[in-house]
Design a binder for this molecule. Structure first.
Ligand SMILES: *Cc1c(COP(=O)(O)O)cnc(C)c1O
Ligand code: SF4
Length: 356
């Protein structure tokens, strides 16, 4: 549901629209590198296994089955950080479907967060009093197997100009909302023209203070952090917060650090959210190293999400007692400001719910 179409349709629409009426020859703008990397992402189980030197047996059968439920998608800059030949690589685990995905487990459901019920206006999800999520695009640069949105009906959230108008009207009429969160999909999978338009519209809503962006793109494709992104970010009057999504310290390579540092220089506050995932980061050492690595890169740990019982992702489940014990151990190893808050999103709650 997240990525059914080839990447960056919006970009192509904008650059290939025929020049109207006049003799002016419109030279299409070159596609940015990040969009090429998005559309050249690995999108088949066979290709992913081959790229990492993994044998067809026993991996292909499960990978194909999972791919049929939620397609494989992983861009090259992320693949480069994986260890070839290692089926347990913590980055590979996040993107390679296993046969377990096709096993149904009782209690694992399609919409564990009840988001379907929180849609306020097309594209606007509001559960908490002072902040609202704006679903800028349904696309993602990477498909994470544990994603709680893997079953989300994204097709229904494509925003027309009328929808956009309606979103701004709703925000203007809601003075208690002071922060808009660009979400998705991955909001930075949208092109900068669209995002700049949104940012300009939000600037006109007087009671808004902050623009927050929840995105995995600066990590997955660091080339996404380019001049045109930094330009519209810097031009907005709102304070900017970017919450990246990093689950394992090996996700932070040199290019990612550079991208994050450019964002910081542009005045963006950087936070990280992770999901606790079996076989990826369910050890105190890994989580401690993640926090240390994030801080070195100028990113503050924010949330550690307790596992949500998403259909097809039960093999990542870490139970709450284990998660709590891990965080208690983290508290003994790290300064308080490097310990993320262990939380869960519960349908109907007025905020995230702390587990400790
Ligand atoms: C998580 C979430 C937010 C942001 O919550 P914070 O605690 O401010 O990070 C806002 N809206 C929805 C629907 C959310 O799920
Ligand atoms: S976890 Fe984020 S980046 Fe990954 S598939 Fe889900 S929404 Fe997309």
């Amino acid at each position: 549901m997240i990525q059914r179409t080839p990447a960056s349709i919006e970009a192509r629409e904008s650059s290939q629209r025929p020049a109207t009426g006049t003799a002016t020859l419109q030279i299409p703008e070159p596609r940015p590198d990040w969009q090429k990397l998005m559309s050249n992402a690995i999108t088949s189980p066979e290709e992913l296994l081959k790229r990492l030197g993994l044998p067809v047996e026993p991996w292909l059968k499960g990978a194909r089955a999972g791919h049929g439920l939620f397609p494989v998608r992983v861009p090259e800059p992320f693949v480069q950080r994986m260890q070839p030949g290692n089926p347990n690589d913590p980055l590979l685990r996040q993107v390679l479907p296993l046969i377990e995905e096709s096993h149904q487990e009782p209690g694992f459901v399609r919409d564990p967060l009840g988001e379907d019920d929180a849609i306020q206006t097309t594209g606007l999800i509001r559960k908490y009093r002072s902040r609202a999520l704006l679903m800028v695009t349904g696309h993602c640069a990477i498909n994470c197997r544990y994603c709680f949105r893997r079953h989300f009906p994204y097709g229904e959230h494509r925003l027309s100009p009328d929808d956009r108008h309606e979103v701004i009207n709703t925000l203007t009429a809601s003075p208690e909302i002071n922060e808009v969160i660009f979400s998705g999909g991955d909001p930075l999978a949208a092109n900068d023209r669209l995002l700049a338009q949104w940012a300009e519209l939000l600037d006109t809503v007087p009671h808004l203070r902050r623009l927050r962006i929840h995105s995995r793109l600066p990590v997955v494709i660091p080339q996404r952090v380019n001049d045109s992104l930094l330009k519209w970010l810097s031009e907005s009057r709102l304070q900017k917060v970017l919450v990246v999504h990093i689950n394992h310290p090996a996700e932070l390579d040199q290019a990612t650090r550079q991208a994050l540092s450019r964002l910081r220089e542009a005045g963006v506050t950087l936070l990280n959210q992770s999901v606790i995932l079996k076989g990826v980061n369910d050890s105190t050492d890994t989580l401690a190293q993640l926090s240390e690595t994030l801080f070195e890169a100028g990113v503050m740990p924010y949330y550690l999400h307790a596992f949500d019982p998403v259909e097809g992702a039960h093999h990542f489940a870490v139970n709450d007692d284990r998660a709590k014990a891990l965080v208690r151990e983290l508290m003994e190893q790290l300064p308080g400001f490097l310990v993320p808050k262990l939380v869960r999103e519960l349908p109907g709650a007025a905020s995230k719910t702390p587990l400790l």
